[in-house]
Design a protein around this ligand. Structure first.
Ligand code: FE
Ligand code: FE
Ligand code: ZN
Length: 297
């Protein structure tokens, strides 16, 4: 079965209920949320009544809890220990995020591994490993999914070798995995038209069973551009056919596919129309017009 959804909002007053309802309005059976604004680390407490209601709505509508993904805020940088207070805060924040996910029953947390900034890359990668090992405990029932990064600036986790090195050094192997992002892969130099080659290499080195989520995005920029600007499916440099091959790859069937494609005219979520097109396996060249019409009627 195709497991497909998008990034959705999460507001403190409705919490997971709002996220689930948004996901359902797009025809999704999976979704990804941030427990607050992705750019900051202010977070409210989880309300169990709202969670229970959200779980009921999910059950009624066929969204399995293991297909719900949390994304840690992208300002958390476990790679940089130049300011020890900030390094400690990043770990504390991630620890609290794990606790929030455990309260919600959400198992997968996507994490941008970090950026080396002025530090040596090897040293910075070891900070990530230390940071994760510091906060994970044996009892945790979550999996941190390291996202494959585009290689913008000094980002880490931009190829199989770097991800493998981190994973190999995490103490609790069952609590670490990978989230592939097709835009990031393209921008980091992976040819998505030869995705099978990449998967084979990934499997040999890290193991396909470590993939817990796939961010399906087209890219505004050519392969190896190190940019990280997402585009709507079929409108970028990766293209419709190549992305459909990823989405319908039989080896990845049970893995949630999450769209993080850009809103139309800043305000209009494209996900219902993109998900419809993906389910139909038919590229919709009128996506923009259809979305504007849908929101204005
Ligand atoms: Fe991400
Ligand atoms: Fe992503
Ligand atoms: Zn991105």
């Amino acid at each position: 079965m195709l497991i497909l959804g998008s990034h959705v909002s999460y507001k403190n007053d409705t919490q997971l209920i709002g996220s689930v309802k948004e996901a359902l309005s797009y025809g999704s059976n999976a979704f990804m949320f941030y427990t607050g604004a992705p750019q900051n680390t202010q977070r409210g407490a989880i309300n169990d009544y709202l969670t229970i209601e959200a779980l009921n709505i999910m059950k009624e509508n066929g969204i399995a809890l293991e297909h719900v993904i949390c994304h840690a805020p992208y300002i958390v940088n476990l790679a940089n220990d130049q300011d020890l207070d900030k390094y400690k805060f990043a770990q504390e924040f991630l620890r609290n995020e794990i606790n929030r996910c455990e309260t919600l029953g959400v198992k997968y947390i996507v994490l941008h591994p970090g950026s080396a900034t002025k530090l040596d890359r090897d040293y910075a990668i070891n900070n990530i490993i230390k940071g994760i090992n510091n906060i994970l405990v044996k009892e945790d029932n979550i999996v941190i999914l390291l996202e494959t990064m585009a290689g913008k600036g000094t980002e880490l986790g931009i190829n199989i070798e770097e991800l493998k090195y981190i994973i190999d050094n995490i103490e609790y192997k069952d609590k670490i995995g990978v989230c592939l992002d097709t835009c990031h892969l393209n921008d980091s130099g992976v040819d998505i038209s030869r995705f099978d080659d990449y998967l084979r290499e990934f499997d040999k080195s890290i193991g396909i069973n470590k993939i817990g989520c796939i961010h399906v995005n087209d890219s505004k920029n050519p392969i190896n551009s190190h940019k990280d600007r997402h585009e709507n499916i079929g409108f970028g440099t990766i293209g419709w056919d190549n992305l459909l091959e990823v989405i319908y790859n039989p080896l990845l069937e049970n893995i949630p596919k999450i769209l993080e494609t850009p809103y139309i005219d800043r305000d209009y979520a494209p996900y219902k129309q993109e998900i419809d097109a993906i389910k139909d396996k038919t590229f919709n060249p009128n996506l923009y017009q259809d979305i504007l019409e849908y929101y204005h009627k």
